[in-house]
Design a protein around this ligand. Structure first.
Ligand code: NAG
Ligand code: NAG
Length: 348
């Protein structure tokens, strides 16, 4: 059933119509676009890539607070089509697979949160939000790379690589942990007079912004995360692994070990099982999941073997340890999502 895409009656038109530029068209960027648009403002999303491919094959956990918002936006029916509702999270020992216990999302708990816990894929959720963004009348420009920002000017703006300048009342940085806006905010912690200098240093190959007096210090991460999507078919056909899908519909699994953990779940109506493994760097081959899994229980080893045999997508990312930003706001700029608070390391 198509959801109701019209603006609800209770939304009162804003007294001042603002123009917001959203830098980054990922989940947080598109969500901010929808929210601003629903409040009656004009919105432009600038996405540096010509298409969103990053993280597309990842599983995605929709926590109750996100679910609640999506329902408020009238997207509940569409969300149901692309997601599944796990009941239980099973905890296993990383070393030997022993069942340690489980956590159930009780009705009472979920009632308290006002939402549901659901599993989907990054691409399915992104597509749903993109459709909604467009139907709300937001302008989304792909392949639009920003080279600098003016956040404290009377007319805030962003300069594009193409030489174009786009003006707005509000700039929203949703360009992720390695994006330009997070660097800009870190660098802004130095006195405003130095801004001309900082504008220049927003380029890619500049040294760490950790030197900014009160800014965030970026350290190279010790932890790595591997994500793989593995065809459900090859899991079901393996008697040792079938429990991961058959045990109870849509169960999640968390493997807990010393300096290692993993999380796995079959997601929505996707034909894949998603696995993320967190492990210490400790000099191993950067991209070698099997190496990181040394000493893990046999199901995990088997999953990683299937992942490499089936050439199912395997991605790898260092988990960046970063100190907390002093502020998420600079003049007309606010950072959100991973630009404001990078992904925590816990696999939950
Ligand atoms: C499995 O590993 C856990 C620690 O993760 C340990 O407490 C338990 O004794 C181990 N069980 C067996 C059968 O080796
Ligand atoms: C999952 O559902 C969506 C929406 O109904 C559909 O577009 C998609 O093709 C389905 N995917 C699979 C693998 O069945």
């Amino acid at each position: 059933m198509a959801s109701n895409l019209t603006t609800p009656e209770e939304t009162t038109p804003p007294t001042i119509g603002l123009h917001g530029i959203i830098i980054g068209g990922s989940i947080s960027g598109l969500s901010a676009a929808i929210a601003l648009r629903r409040a009656g403002h004009r919105v432009t999303v600038l996405e540096k890539d010509s298409t969103i491919t990053e993280k597309l094959s990842r599983g995605f956990r929709i926590a109750p607070n996100l679910h609640k918002i999506l329902c408020e936006w009238g997207l509940e029916a569409e969300l149901k089509e692309i997601s599944s509702k796990p009941k239980t999270m099973n905890m296993l020992s990383y070393n030997n697979g022993t069942y340690l216990g489980s956590l159930t999302w009780d009705k009472e708990v979920l009632k308290e949160t006002g939402g549901e816990f659901r599993l989907t894929t990054y691409s399915a959720l992104w597509s749903l939000l993109y459709r909604e963004t467009i139907s709300q009348g937001v302008c989304v420009r792909f392949g639009t790379k920003i080279v600098s920002l003016k956040t404290r000017s009377i007319s805030p703006s962003v300069s594009l690589e193409s030489g174009e300048t786009v003006y707005a009342d509000l700039l929203i940085g949703a360009d992720g942990v390695n994006g330009l806006t997070r660097k800009y905010i870190s660098a802004s912690a130095v006195p405003p007079d130095d801004h001309a200098h900082n504008d220049k240093s927003c380029g890619k190959d500049q040294p760490a912004y950790g030197e900014a007096k009160h800014g965030a210090r970026i350290e190279s991460a010790k932890f790595k995360m591997f994500s793989a999507s593995i065809p459900k078919k090859s899991i079901i056909n393996d008697p040792q692994l079938a429990y991961l899908i058959n045990r109870r519909e849509n169960d999640m699994f968390v493997w807990i070990g010393h300096e290692h953990s993993a999380i796995g779940f079959p997601s929505g109506n996707s034909s894949d099982f998603f696995l993320s493994v967190y492990g210490l760097e400790s000099g191993v081959q950067a991209r070698d999941l099997q190496h990181v899994l040394y000493g893990a229980e046999s199901s995990l080893l088997k999953l990683s073997r299937i992942a490499s045999e089936t050439f199912s997508s395997l991605t790898y990312a260092p988990l960046i340890h970063e100190s907390v930003l002093e502020t998420w706001v600079d003049g007309s700029l606010v950072v959100i999502g991973e630009a404001a608070h990078p992904l925590p390391m816990a696999p939950f």
